[in-house]
Design a protein around this ligand. Sequence first.
Ligand code: HEM
Ligand SMILES: *[C@@H]1O[C@H](CO)[C@@H](O)[C@H](O)[C@H]1NC(C)=O
Length: 384
Amino acid sequence: MHCTAPPEPLFLLFQAILIGFCTPTQLSIYIYIGFLIPLFHTQFPIDTTNTPTYMASTITISNLSNICLLLLLLLHFNFGKSQLEVNYYSRSCPKAEEIIKEQVTQLYNKHGNTAVSWVRNLFHDCMVKSCDASLLLETVRDGSVMSEQASERSFGMRNFKYVSTIKAAVEKECPLTVSCADIVALSARDAIALLGGPSIEMKTGRKDSKGSYAREVEELIPNHNDSISLVLSRFQAIGIDVEATVALLGAHSVGRVHCKNLVQRLYPTVDSTLDPAHAEYLKRRCPTPNPDPKAVLYSRNDLKTPMIIDNNYYKNILEHKGLLTVDEELANDPRTAPYVQNMANDNDYFHQHFSRAILLLSQTNPLTGDQGEIRKDCRYLNAN
Ligand code: HEM
Ligand SMILES: *[C@@H]1O[C@H](CO)[C@@H](O)[C@H](O)[C@H]1NC(C)=O
C-alpha cells in the first residue's frame, strides 16, 4: 500500500526538535496513535483531511497542556503525506480539466464508443494496484514492460489510441504537468456525464506508475464467469462496499460483450437462469460455441438504451437478461438483490450510488507527491 509518502526532511527536522520537548508519556501516546493512523489511511484513503481536526480537538479538550502532542500530530498529517485534491492543477495547468473535457466530448461526437471505453478503462486501471495509468503502458520489445492490455481480461478493450489524442492536447498546453492517471480518471468522469450518467466532482493529483502489472491482472480483475462472491471480495479488498459494487456494475448498462465471453452460457446447453427468449436472441448473435476470435461477434448489454448509463441494467437483470454470470447473480444473491431492486426502482438513487462508487474506485490507493512520475507519452515510461 502506498499509504504514507516518504517523510520529508523538513518533517523529520521538526519532529526531532519537538520530540526533545515532549515528556515520555506524551511520546508514548504519540507512538500509540501513530499505530492507529495507518488504519485510518487504509480505510479512508482520501478523507484523511477530516481526521486530524477531529483527533486534535479531542486531545485539546481532554488536556490542554498536551501542546507538544498536538503539534506532533499536526506535523504528522501536514508533512507526512500528500494526497489527492479538488482542482490539483488550478495553478500548474488551470485549463487541464477543460481541455480534457473538450477532447472527450469531441471524441464522443465522432466515435460514441470512446466514452464507453473510458469507463471500462477506469475499472481496469484502478483495480490493478491503483489508478496509476499502468493499464496504458504498451509492451516493450526488450521485455522491460509487458502490457496489461495483452491479458485475456482486457479482451474487447479498444480506443487506446485516442487516449494519446487527449494527452497530446494537454501536453500542448502544459508539458509534463498532467498525469496519464488523472487523464484516465477525468476522461471516465466526463464520459459518464456524456453517457447520461451523473456529474461527478473528482479529485486529481495522481501520479503514473513506473511499470505495468501484467501478471497481477488475472488475479485482481474478475473474469466473465466469476461468481458474485468473488467479485464482492475483490471490491471489498479495495474498500468498495456491497452497495457501491452493485452500483458500479451498472456500468454494464452501456457497451457490449463479445461472444467469446458469452458462449459458455449458451452451449452446449442454455444456462437455466437465462430468460429463454433472451437466450434465443443471444444464440442468433452468437451462432456457434467457438466464435472466430477475429470476427467481431458480440451482443450489446442493454438493448433499450445501449449508450446511456441508466438503471435499465437493473431492470434487465431482474428479468434474467444479464449477459455475464456476475450480472445474473447480482440480481439473485441475497447480499445484493435488495440494492438491485432499489436501483431498478429509482434512477436517481442509482446515480447517487454510482457517483459515490466511482469516487471510491478512482481514489483507490493513488500514487501522489513524489511517488511515480508524470509520463510524457502515456504508452511508455519516461526515459531516465
Ligand atoms: C466486477 C465484475 C466485472 C466483470 C466480471 C466484468 C466483465 C466484463 C466483460 C467480460 C465485458 C465484455 C468484454 C468484451 O467481451 O468485449 C465487460 C464490458 C464492460 N465493462 Fe465490465 N466487468 C465487471 C465490472 C465492471 C465495472 C466495475 C465497470 C466500470 C465501472 C465495467 C465497465 C465495463 C464497460 C463500460 C464495458 C463495455 C466495454 C465496451 O463495450 O467496449 N465493468 N465487462
Ligand atoms: C471461466 O472461463 C475460462 C475461459 O474463459 C475457463 O478457463 C475457466 O475454467 C472458467 N471458470 C469457471 C469458474 O467456470
